[in-house]
Design a protein around this ligand. Structure first.
Ligand SMILES: Cc1cc2nc3c(=O)[nH]c(=O)nc-3n(C[C@H](O)[C@H](O)[C@H](O)COP(=O)(O)OP(=O)(O)OC[C@H]3O[C@@H](n4cnc5c(N)ncnc54)[C@H](O)[C@@H]3O)c2cc1C
Length: 484
């Protein structure tokens, strides 16, 4: 099925416990800090019903219509359709939002690739992952990701730390397992469910096994508490924060205070081999939509910088053109990795089609690690006026005539358009929200060292090794008896 925006909103009115600015939220769909991003997600649902978009955003299977965003990919065409769907969505909402479900659902597909490991623990767990993947498709569920625990002081051995610093199973009952701890999580206050799994780590130490748990958590379940970080959407006039006021994807510390996870929602527990499998393969699909979002961030930087250069006539300077070309190289580098990862996609153990892993993960490193450099380039192109320009209230207030004079450039560029462009660029590059988005891109899927570890593990080193062995005339002994 495909849900409507209002069905999604109705699902959020489940009595969930959400806290913002020290106060309990009565309705997340109307709270001013959450409403804008709930509306973006609702729009994503509603677009699927519109005649103009339905063919692109949905597919039909067994006479039932489903979302392209939720479809497990088995062909290159499926990936192109997902890309096209994101393109339609982001152009429609007029900005970039990342954690909208399509970017997190792929983590469950990765777990299905390891279903043999789950079956070794308990065949029911392997069936659970199959069923949950189907359930997300059939019920059009907004599914997010819970990886990161508070973790605490890691200089102290695991068995001497407060055990609640990492999610753990406290007991087992006939109905399911009871879990306790906390996770940091984008979008948890306004999502339907999360796939909870062990945090970044090697997961080779058996002592950690009480923390080696993977399951589905319903965001409104008894004992689940969402303690949100300070919002950006409500911290100013929408005219001054045109991005934050619409696209603030609110994070929360999701506390799990002895939450019952029914057996049908458990994927594994007390099992470090499963935790290792999860950490080794987690983003093999979801890195694609994650990196794809950065392509649109690059477009926003290019657009803002180019408009700025055009309005002032500076785009005619060769040095300005070169800086714009730097931004374009970044953008096209990301696009090339995405295209190539589909063109050379690989079959997964469960029969899905994974984007080429080495290319995709290398693209993620490019997109995430170079974003600060590119933001600096865009900032340099746009100049200091993004920092010093007065707010919209001043343009409309008693001294507004002076601002009209000094912000009017020519007959095409009046003061109001210049103010809008500078406010947009500030919120993209210089505001609290801009800094937060940079941290999001760099950390929200995993930190940089983990991005590099994924590249290291997925790249086939045999090509360069053979090339150098032949070129340098190394003896066969260096192969340790293994010649291929
Ligand atoms: C905006 C934002 C949104 C987020 N959304 C989510 C979400 O939706 N779901 C979720 O689960 N998490 C989310 N996160 C959390 C994110 O995954 C973590 O920040 C990240 O995994 C790092 O964990 P940490 O912050 O606990 O850092 P720590 O583990 O305390 O590490 C701090 C730093 O130390 C270094 N370091 C630590 N361990 C190693 C190591 N083994 N090798 C090399 N260097 C190391 C790294 O530089 C690392 O960044 C989000 C984070 C941000 C900033």
């Amino acid at each position: 099925m495909i849900r409507t925006g209002n069905q999604y909103r109705e699902g959020l009115r489940d009595g969930r416990e959400v806290w913002i600015d020290g106060e309990r939220v009565t309705d997340v769909t109307t709270h001013p800090a959450l409403k804008p991003i709930v509306d973006v997600k609702a729009r994503m649902y509603d677009m699927q019903h519109e005649e103009k978009h339905q063919a692109a955003l949905t597919y039909v299977e067994n006479n039932e219509r489903h979302s392209v965003f939720q479809q497990p990919p088995t062909t290159q065409e499926h990936w192109h359709r997902k890309w096209n769907s994101i393109d339609l969505l982001l152009k429609d909402i007029g900005g970039v939002a990342t954690r909208l479900g399509d970017e997190t659902v792929g983590e469950m597909w990765s777990l299905q690739d390891g279903r043999d490991i789950l079956a070794q623990i308990d065949p029911r767990f392997a069936d659970n992952i199959d069923r949950h993947i189907r359930r997300v498709v059939e019920k059009d569920i907004f599914h997010v990701s819970a990886n990161t625990d508070p973790k605490g002081d890691r200089s102290v051995p695991v068995d001497q730390r407060d055990p609640d610093m990492m999610i753990r199973v406290v007991r087992e009952t006939d109905a399911g397992i009871i879990i306790r701890g906390a996770k940091f999580e984008t979008a948890s206050p306004y999502a339907d469910q999360a796939y909870l799994k062990p945090t970044v780590g090697a997961w080779t130490d058996e002592k950690e096994s009480i923390h080696a748990v993977g399951c589905i958590v319903k965001m409104g379940a008894p004992g689940v508490k969402h303690i949100c970080r300070a919002p950006f959407a409500t911290k100013g006039n929408a005219a001054d924060i045109p991005l934050a006021s619409r696209f603030d994807e609110v994070e929360a510390l999701m506390v799990l205070d002895d939450v019952l996870i029914p057996w049908e929602d458990v994927f594994f527990y007390r099992h470090t081999a499963a935790a290792q499998q999860v950490r080794a393969t987690l983003h093999r699909y979801s890195a694609f939509p994650y990196v794809l979002r950065v392509l649109y961030t690059a477009d926003m930087m290019i657009g803002a910088a180019m408009w700025n250069a055009k309005q002032t006539g500076l785009e005619k300077l060769q040095s300005v053109q070169e800086k714009l070309a730097d931004l374009v190289c970044y953008r096209e580098g990301i696009r090339a990795h995405l295209i190539a990862s589909i063109a050379t996609a690989e079959r997964s153990p469960a029969g899905l089609l994974m984007p080429n892993q080495s290319i995709l993960y290398a693209g993620r490193v490019l997109a995430c690690s170079q974003l600060p450099v590119m933001m600096h380039t865009a900032r340099e192109l746009i100049g200091g006026q993004i920092c010093v320009t007065p707010d919209a209230a001043q343009f409309n207030g008693g001294a507004g005539n002076w601002l009209q004079k000094f912000y009017t450039l020519n007959k095409e560029w009046g003061a109001e358009d210049r103010r809008k462009l500078l406010a947009f660029a500030r919120d993209l590059l210089n505001s609290d929200y801009a800094g937060h988005r940079l941290a999001f891109v760099q950390f929200a899927q995993a930190p940089h060292f983990n991005h590099l570890a994924a590249v290291y593990k997925s790249f086939d080193f045999s090509g360069p090794l053979d090339f150098v062995r032949n070129s340098a005339g190394l003896s066969d002994r260096v192969m340790g008896g293994k010649i291929h």
